[in-house]
Ligand binder design. Structure first.
Ligand code: FES
Length: 139
C-alpha cells in the first residue's frame, strides 16, 4: 500500500527542541525537531496511551563508575507524562525494553516549497510557497 505525503508545517514553525502535535488520516502524531532533524512518532504511549507530544524532553544519565554521572544524547528522548516511560525520539524504541516496546515511527523530512509546488505531490494539509522549506510526513 502506498503512503500519502503530507506537508505539515513550515520548518520555522517547529524550531530545534520543540514539538508539534498533528492529526493525519485519523492518526495522532508527535513531530519533534532534534537540532534541525525532524522525527515523527505515533503520539500514543504503548503503556496506556499517554501523549508523548506532551512529555518532557530528556537525555540519558550514564556512568562508568558509581557516583560519576554524565548526560548523553541530551534532548533525544521523550518521557511519557503519565508514568514516565522513556522513548528514543530517533527510533521510537523504549529505553527500558527496546526489543519489545516501541512507538510507531513515520518518515519525516524537509522539502523545498519549489519542489512541492511543482508536484506530483499534493500539499493537502498546508499551503506552500516557493521560497520556504516544509516538513513532509509520510503516512
Ligand atoms: S501511559 Fe505512558 S508510561 Fe504509562
Amino acid at each position: 500500500m502506498s503512503k500519502t505525503r503530507h506537508v505539515v508545517a513550515a520548518v520555522e514553525e517547529v524550531p530545534p527542541g520543540s514539538r508539534k502535535r498533528l492529526s493525519l488520516e485519523g492518526r495522532e502524531i508527535a513531530l519533534f525537531n532534534l537540532a534541525g532533524e525532524f522525527f515523527a512518532l505515533g503520539d500514543k504511549c504503548p503503556h496506556e496511551s499517554g501523549s508523548l507530544c506532551a512529555g518532557k524532553i530528556i537525555g540519558l544519565a550514564a556512568a562508568d563508575e558509581p557516583g560519576k554521572y554524565r548526560l548523553e544524547r541530551d534532548g533525544e528522548f521523550v518521557k511519557c507524562p503519565w508514568h514516565g516511560w522513556e522513548f528514543d525520539i530517533r527510533t521510537g524504541q523504549s529505553w527500558c525494553d527496546p526489543a519489545l516496546t516501541r512507538v510507531r515511527v513515520y518518515e519525516a523530512h524537509v522539502e523545498q516549497g519549489e519542489t512541492l509546488v511543482k508536484g506530483p505531490f499534493v500539499a493537502d494539509t498546508y499551503p506552500v510557497s516557493l521560497e520556504h522549506n516544509y516538513i513532509v510526513i509520510e503516512v
